[in-house]
Design a protein. Structure first.
Length: 52
């Protein structure tokens, strides 16, 4: 467990040093499994969803 923790800390430090942002653990992006069905349910066309 100590090794895993040390590796994680080293990875986070390296990413921060390289100015690579880390994801916010409180933010979740949900992607529908069947986007065409959702688009049809909301009356959207393929090009309508890109502008939202």
């Amino acid at each position: 467990m100590a090794t895993t923790s040390a590796v994680r800390q080293a990875i986070v430090a390296a990413l921060k040093e390289a100015n690579i942002g880390l994801p916010d653990p409180d933010v979740r992006i949900l992607v529908p499994r069947h986007p065409q069905r959702w688009q049809a349910a909301f009356g959207l066309k393929d090009n309508d969803s890109a502008s939202s």
